[in-house]
Design a protein around this ligand. Structure first.
Ligand code: ADE
Ligand code: ZN
Length: 349
């Protein structure tokens, strides 16, 4: 990794904002802002159990993953039409462009919608149309990853994959999310094998609240290429050594971990330890509308809390491109832009 000269602390926020970066862990349903929830509820005549935006926001006091998921699924109930899916993806992509995200891989949870009677094509076509517009109108390269809800059965996941295959060209991979503890990766062996047969990339949430054994299971059972979260790996030295040796990326989400009480304070987050151990750590927003910040806010708050500098900024941005499902040519292009950005800051320091 390139050795980066120190940059004065006063200029770090600007560097963090301006550097090109990829976001690899963002649930599109988690970018649904309370204002948009209310606007869509009105547009689609969906009743909400909250009287106002303020009342909804006041409910965002989470104690763990499940307490968040209950509210997150309720919020997603306002999404019914193709235009709704377009609107949430477009709102996120416009916001991501402001944070200088040049490449984004967006998770979506089709079962949250198909279980309510929304057709698969409505979900995927709306999201895919926003991704196409992001390329032409924002210069942001956006791709979709279909996630299976792990609190549901593998049968349901298999059916969901089959149902989505007519839109195969619109998503690049599959993931696994929702309630982790009690739903180990081994529950989904067959559906991940089916996805691999279709040439889909594979990722899974593991080691967010669940034990290191779930990370082993995702690697050896599901053959995933990245681990989403993975912060519990710190408790297993053999796993840490493997993740470092094989450069298996972790998509870490500090503000999410703070809001879901995985760490008591941001200053207690283990991101710096994971980086120091040589892991391919990336920084991401997870569900920005619920956790108090989009990608740059995650960078700014984490860098302040952990007292990180230019070397770690460069490392995290470079890791985001290394961990992305992009071509080698794209990676070289973004790395060139990243280096040019750091050169500008070093020259002027
Ligand atoms: N779905 C949306 N956000 C999630 C998270 N942080 N963990 C598991 N499933 C999720
Ligand atoms: Zn997540």
């Amino acid at each position: 990794m390139a050795k980066i000269p120190a940059i004065s602390p006063s200029r770090m926020p600007q560097l963090l904002r301006e550097m090109p970066k990829a976001e690899l862990h963002i649930h599109i349903e988690g970018s649904l802002e309370p204002e948009l929830i209310f606007a869509l509820a009105q547009r689609n005549r969906v009743p909400l159990p909250y009287a106002s935006v303020q009342e909804l926001r006041a409910a965002y006091a989470f104690t763990n993953l499940q307490s968040f998921l209950d509210i997150y699924y309720a919020g997603a109930s306002v999404l019914l039409k193709e235009q709704d899916f377009y609107d949430i993806a477009w709102a996120y992509l416009e916001r991501a462009a402001e944070d200088h995200v040049v490449h984004a891989e967006l998770f979506f949870d089709p079962q949250t919608h198909t279980e309510r009677g929304v057709p698969m094509g409505v979900v995927i076509e709306g999201l895919a149309r926003a991704c196409r517009d992001a390329q032409t109108r924002l210069g942001v390269d956006a791709q979709l990853i279909l996630c299976f809800l792990r609190h549901l059965s593998e049968e349901s996941a298999l059916q969901t994959l089959e149902e989505a295959l007519p839109w195969r060209e619109h998503f690049i991979g599959v993931g696994l999310d929702s309630s982790e503890v009690g739903h180990p990766p081994e529950k989904f062996l067959r559906v991940f094998a089916r996805a691999a047969e279709h040439g889909l990339r594979r990722v899974a949430h593991a080691g967010e609240e669940g034990p290191p054994a779930y990370i082993w299971g995702a690697l050896d059972g599901l053959h995933v290429e990245r681990i989403d979260h993975g912060v519990q790996a710190i408790h297993d030295p053999a796993l840490m050594a493997r993740l470092a040796r094989e450069r298996i990326p972790l998509t870490v989400c500090p503000l999410s971990n703070l809001k879901l009480c995985v760490f008591p304070r941001l200053a207690d987050h283990n991101l710096a330890q994971l980086l120091d151990a040589g892991l391919c750590v990336t920084l991401n927003s997870d569900d920005p509308a619920y956790f108090g910040g989009y990608l740059n806010e995650n960078f700014l708050q984490t860098f302040t809390a952990l007292d990180l500098g230019a070397q770690q900024a460069y490392q995290l941005a470079a890791n985001s491109f290394e961990a992305s499902f992009i071509t080698e040519a794209q990676r070289q292009k973004w790395m060139h832009e990243l280096k040019a950005c750091f050169d500008r800051f070093v020259e002027h320091d």
